[in-house]
Design a protein around this ligand. Structure first.
Ligand code: RFL
Ligand code: PHB
Length: 380
């Protein structure tokens, strides 16, 4: 088998990259270890920055997003028993769009031509520092195959194999808490997102549609889902959010640990890393999917220049440009995480409240937060 770009991973990064490359007239093949149904059913991110929406629209992926995406002009911070609205649009002129990552993935799979190779295994990258790299894998029918290519895009997420082929320096931080997330068939309790700092821990109210609510609770890293029967989850949400939530049937329930991670560099020879394969941000800042989209928007341009026009300028600067963006997102996501979560350390607890009170009382601080949230700070 032969293609111009072998894309490893059919998450949002890999699927969007393949789509953008095909729009440029390049040939890309996507390899994915999971089955199509699994990829479609993963419930994850929900907040799209305006820059992300622009990329999707320009790529011809805006039809359902424009119909079903929910435009939000602000969100609430709740602490000290009161609510403070961050008026995103008033402060920045921009708004965010609430549209589930699984919807983005569905739009991408509907547009995918050809389909990714689902259910592959034994994926190994070869000769990435030469002009003729390749990927070997076993297909879903158990047949061993070799995909010859000019470039490999490692879009296989945090647990993928691509990063192992790059001599990376990794910076990592684990946070001392996890998120218990649920997706429930019940109308949102409020028309905007609510980030709540409470003495019992952080809680987040988000949504996917007028009928589907997405909710998160800060829990200890060692807690198990069995410790959290549905009644307990709803009681805790009402307490922490300070808002009555109408319980509804759960569509999904899961616990995610919280970590930050950056692999440097994001390129090695003809292998380019993008999305969670290169960096993980704690979800409090809602940046992971947006970073992945911005990575592949630049990477598709870099690969078009390189493979169609023989110009390697963008390919050479890709890693530096995207690492700067990754660290901007780490900085913001870490600050949001530390401001909003409940720490066991009394000094940290008081710092969190001091940070929240500053954002609530200073227009300059609220504007800086709003710019980071919509992705318009420092040329992001
Ligand atoms: P993905 O989505 O992990 O996709 C990687 C794909 O690669 C496959 N794979 C392989 N394929 C071939 N060979 C191998 N050896 C492979 N190993 C793995 C995997 O099966 C998978 O299909 O990475 P990608 O594409 O980089 O996308 C990144 C985003 O998924 C991630 O950043 C976001 O979900 C993060 N995130 C959020 N981001 C936001 O922008 N806004 C949010 O509101 C937001 N909320 C969240 C989040 C992530 C969360 N969790 C579960 C970590 C909320 C949560 C709870
Ligand atoms: C979500 O809707 O899943 C979501 C929203 C905001 C975040 C994280 C996740 O900061």
């Amino acid at each position: 088998m032969r293609t111009q770009i072998a894309v490893v991973g059919a998450g949002p990064a890999g699927l969007l990259l393949a789509h953008l490359l095909r729009l440029e007239g390049l040939d890309a093949v996507v390899l994915e270890t999971r089955q199509r149904e699994h990829v479609l059913s993963r419930i994850r991110a929900g907040v799209l920055e305006p820059g992300t929406v622009d990329v999707l629209r320009e790529a011809g992926l805006g039809a359902r997003l424009d119909r079903a995406g929910l435009e939000h002009q602000g969100f609430s911070l709740r602490f000290d028993g009161a609510e403070h609205r961050i008026a995103l649009t008033e402060l920045t002129g921009k708004s965010i769009t609430v549209y589930g990552q699984q919807e983005v993935v569905r739009d991408l799979l509907d547009a995918a031509e050809p389909e990714p190779w689902f259910g592959v295994s034994d994926v190994v990258l070869h000769e990435v520092t030469t002009d003729r790299p390749s990927v070997t894998f076993t297909d879903a029918d158990g047949i061993a195959r070799t995909l010859h290519c000019e470039v490999i895009a490692g879009c296989d997420g945090f647990h993928g194999v691509s990063r192992n082929a790059v001599p990376v320096t990794c910076c990592e931080r684990a946070f001392p808490y996890s998120w218990l997330g649920i997706l429930a068939k019940t109308p949102p309790a409020h028309h905007e997102l609510i980030y709540a700092h409470h003495e019992r821990g952080f809680a987040l109210h988000s949504m996917r549609s007028p009928e589907l609510t997405r909710l998160y609770l800060q829990v200890a890293p060692d807690e198990r889902l069995d410790d959290w029967p549905e009644d307990r989850i709803w009681e805790e949400l009402v307490l922490r959010l300070g808002t009555a939530c109408e319980p509804g049937p759960l569509v999904e329930k899961g616990i995610t640990s919280m970590r930050a991670f950056v692999a440097e560099p994001m390129r090695h020879g003809r292998l380019f890393l993008a999305g969670d394969a290169a960096h993980i941000v704690p979800p409090t800042g809602a940046k992971g999917l947006n970073l992945a989209v911005a990575d592949v928007a630049l990477l598709s341009k870099a690969l078009t220049s390189l493979l169609l026009h023989g110009r390697d300028g963008n390919a050479l600067s890709y890693s530096d440009v995207r690492l700067r963006a990754a660290w901007r997102a780490e900085r913001f996501s870490t600050e949001m995480t530390e401001m909003l979560h409940r720490s066991a350390d009394p000094f940290e607890q008081r710092l969190s409240l001091a940070r929240l009170r500053r954002v609530a009382s200073s227009t300059a601080a609220a504007t800086a937060l709003a710019q980071d949230y919509v992705g318009s700070s420092e040329g992001a």
